[in-house]
Ligand binder design. Sequence first.
Ligand SMILES: NC(=O)c1ccc[n+]([C@@H]2O[C@H](COP(=O)([O-])OP(=O)(O)OC[C@H]3O[C@@H](n4cnc5c(N)ncnc54)[C@H](O)[C@@H]3O)[C@@H](O)[C@H]2O)c1
Length: 312
Amino acid sequence: MSHQTICVLGSGTMGHGIGQVFAAASFPVVIYDINEQVLQLAKTRIHTNLKLMVEENYISEIEIDRIESNLTYSTDLIHAVSGASLIIEAVPEIIELKKELYEKLEFIIGENTIVASNTSTYSIERLAEGVSFADRMLVVHFFNPAHLVRLVEVVPSKQTKAEVIEQVIEFLSACGKNAVRLQKDIPGFIANRLQAAVVREAMYLLEQGIADARAIDSVIADGPGMRWAFDGPIQIADFGGLDIWEKVTGNLFPELDARTTAPSSISEKVQSNKLGAKSGEGFYQYDREEVTLAAKERDRKLIKLLAIKETE
Ligand SMILES: NC(=O)c1ccc[n+]([C@@H]2O[C@H](COP(=O)([O-])OP(=O)(O)OC[C@H]3O[C@@H](n4cnc5c(N)ncnc54)[C@H](O)[C@@H]3O)[C@@H](O)[C@H]2O)c1
């Protein structure tokens, strides 16, 4: 797939960062969106991301021009996909919208073009159902912010050709990503399932008054989170000793929250329109400026962490 053009469909939260990843790896990228204003915003967001990388000495100033010169933006679908060897679909998580877009693609993409969805929740089997290019389709699930988080989960369907899976994994690896292939499709893939398990217990601890939100968050950030940047839970169990972990899991599992519905602590906030940072209040209070600054500081730390991980 080298020397080919990448097309990203949808230039929102995920699409702009995904486009940046490929452009940074020297591939020509066309970012497509139905909304011209969002496309302009994507361009600005990429520029801001790159400036921060320069500030952190992760890239040099001249890299900005090089990376930006690999990017073009379009509201013309036919133009955007023409000549693309890989299309990444990152439109909103609405199945009808995604399927409608695949129907359009059937008539306008090349016979070898690979189509990957960045869906967070839909199964690849469902997305690929009835699609004529199903054997060239798979999920590639990036993590936000896509330009800084190394993980990409790769989920093929039963129909996806082996060479398509291989090419995509090789390509993502060449772009600096850790492409992790799932052997079977499962809702939430791996990362979101593990994350949801932690959130369930965090909400339980909050609801039971064991500690406040800030304390619970700091326990993760300054405790397990520090290790999780380098070791996963399975290796941590190995290092701790499996006899110990047999006791830990055997004693604690009956004590852990096991609910199968969304936590009431979250639902109550949603009902009173406290949606978190985007509405100014969730479990914490925010003002607009503070949110922008916090996101920038988070990215700054992620750039530092990425640089450390790249030396591993
Ligand atoms: N936000 C996250 O943290 C995250 C993480 C991983 C995966 N995802 C998944 O990535 C996908 C995109 O999510 P997002 O958060 O970037 O959404 P978003 O709403 O920020 O961006 C979606 C973009 O798609 C555009 N769009 C809408 N209809 C379109 C169409 N027919 N053709 C082209 N563009 C169209 C919108 O104008 C918007 O710019 C979803 O499937 C989501 O589940 C999101």
